[in-house]
Every structure is written in structure tokens, then in C-alpha cells.
Design a protein around this ligand. Structure first.
Ligand code: ATR
Length: 260
């Protein structure tokens, strides 16, 4: 039997165990997928234990994606985005880290009929997720990518500015990579009037309709949520671990009740 896991802090809310279990069931694979809460100071000992106990791979979620860089050999994707969300444990316990988040995000855009090449993109939030997604869009051929942040460091566009609102109303794709929306009563990170030709992608896979998704839908824009990215990064992680294609439909069915 193969053993997999997700590690994070906290991790109890993670949808990954349900997504992977659904895929294993659909493919008839004898495997388990558990969630382990490792505090930051217990990260390296926790990871060492997973290797000793014979786990074949694991996912890494907040807040460990950056810290994992120091504990594993980096695949090109992890080196590029400086974040590890998938680890494969090879023979002799050698760990290789990958980033499937960005590819999962791009896969989901493609699956929803959005072609990144030539498009104008606004990414709100310059943390780990925002920077990686912005870079991913540029590398996928976006015409331009603007990053806006609450704290306008490195000459970034201030999130609350009038210019930011104008850009948000005119680009092809608006991505929310801030933490605003992670609580049910959060406002939208920006007050903007979207239009029907736009796509608004809220990265957080939360169980409620965020204010920005609501605003996008009311304006006729297409709104996508982080559930799609979550499923597609999981599919890629499974493919890295096993070399087999994941059953993406079964994975989506597992998050259906959480998808708004
Ligand atoms: P992640 O790994 O999910 O990207 P992170 O690196 O902690 O998480 O980044 C969180 C992002 O949300 C940052 O861009 C942060 O902006 P600051 O750099 O100004 O802190 C943004 N953020 C958090 N709370 C916010 C708020 N109330 N309004 C706007 N942006 C917020």
C-alpha cells in the first residue's frame, strides 16, 4: 500500500485528503492520504519521520512551502517559483521538491477556455502565491502582468489606488492572491466594476462565495475559484508520484460540495 500525506499548520481544513482519496478510489489504487499538522519548528523532524515511515510523497501547504526549499532537492518548477508544494520520496529517502500550484492554476485557466498568451493580467497580492502566479502568467505568454499590493514595496502598484481600480476594470484577467476573502465576512480586496469580457480568479478554495467572486458574477464576468487550481495541482502531484494520469473528474466530485 502506498502512503501519501499533506503537511501544514494548520491543516485540518485541507480538502487534499478528500481529493486524493477520491482519485485513488476511482483508479482502484491501494493508497492512503493523511493530513499532518507540523508546527514550523517541527518541520524538518516531521518530514524525516515521513521518510522513515515509508511515505512515497507528500504535499506541502501554508506556511511551509518556502521552508521546504531548504529540505529537498529542487525540481526546475520549485526552483523557478521558490516554493515547494509537492515532494516525491525516492529510493534511499531522497526527496525531490516540485511546484505544481502554478501549473495547476494555468491548467485551470486553460480548462475554462482562457488563453493566457497576449492577455493583460492584474495580480492582487505580492506574497508567495501572488508572485508565483504573476510569474507563471508572464512565462505562459501574458502581454503584461501588473502586481498590486496593500504594502506597495519595490515600486508596486498600491492595491487601494485609483489606478489599480482602473487596471482592474480593464485587464482580461484579475487574480486575487491576497488573504482577503479567507474569512466569510471579508470585503472584496478592491472596489471595481467588472465587465462581461473579464475573468476574475479568486485563488482561495473557500466554502463561501467571496465578495469579489460575487461582484464578478453580478457584473457578468466569469468567476473562477481556487477549487479548480487545488484539484489540478493535486492531479499533477499524483502524476509526479505515480507516473499515472489522475481522474480529474473524480477529484472535482470530491470538492463539489465545497465549491460555490
Ligand atoms: P500566500 O502564501 O498565500 O501568498 P502571504 O505570502 O502571507 O500568503 O501573502 C499574503 C498577501 O495578502 C500579501 O500580498 C498581503 O499584503 P501585504 O504584503 O501588504 O501584507 C495580502 N494581504 C493580507 N491581508 C490583507 C488585507 N487586509 N488587505 C490587502 N491585502 C492583504
Amino acid at each position: 500500500m502506498l502512503k501519501f500525506a499533506v503537511i501544514g499548520h494548520p491543516v485540518a481544513h485541507s480538502l487534499s485528503p478528500a481529493i486524493h482519496a477520491a482519485n485513488f478510489r476511482a483508479l482502484g489504487i491501494d493508497a492512503t492520504y493523511e493530513a499532518f499538522d507540523f508546527a514550523p519548528e517541527a518541520l524538518s523532524s516531521g518530514v524525516a519521520r515521513l521518510v522513515l515511515e515509508g511515505y512515497a510523497g507528500f504535499n506541502v501547504t501554508v506556511p511551509h512551502k518556502q521552508a521546504m526549499i531548504n529540505l529537498v532537492m529542487l525540481d526546475e518548477s520549485a526552483a523557478r517559483y521558490l516554493a515547494v508544494n509537492t515532494v516525491k520520496v525516492g529510493s534511499g529517502g531522497m526527496m525531490r521538491g516540485y511546484n505544481t500550484d502554478v501549473a495547476g492554476f494555468l491548467d485551470d485557466l486553460e480548462a475554462n477556455g482562457f488563453d493566457v498568451p497576449g492577455k493583460q493580467v492584474l495580480v492582487m497580492g505580492a506574497g508567495g502565491a501572488g508572485s508565483a502566479v504573476a510569474r507563471g502568467c508572464l512565462e505562459a505568454g501574458a502581454l503584461d502582468v501588473t502586481i498590486a499590493n496593500r504594502t506597495p514595496r519595490d515600486g508596486m502598484l498600491p492595491l487601494g489606488s485609483e489606478l489599480c481600480r482602473k487596471i482592474a476594470e480593464n485587464v482580461d484577467l484579475v487574480v486575487n492572491a491576497t488573504s482577503v476573502g479567507l474569512r466569510p465576512d471579508d470585503p472584496a480586496p478592491i472596489e471595481a466594476k467588472f465587465s462581461a469580457k473579464q475573468v476574475v480568479y479568486d485563488l482561495a478554495p473557500v466554502k463561501w462565495t467571496t465578495a469579489i467572486v460575487k461582484a464578478a458574477r453580478e457584473s457578468g464576468a466569469k468567476a473562477l475559484t481556487g477549487h479548480g487550481m487545488l484539484v489540478r495541482q493535486a492531479a499533477r502531484a499524483f502524476e509526479i508520484w505515480t507516473g499515472k494520469k489522475a481522474d480529474v473528474a473524480a477529484m472535482f466530485a470530491a470538492v463539489h460540495e465545497f465549491k460555490v
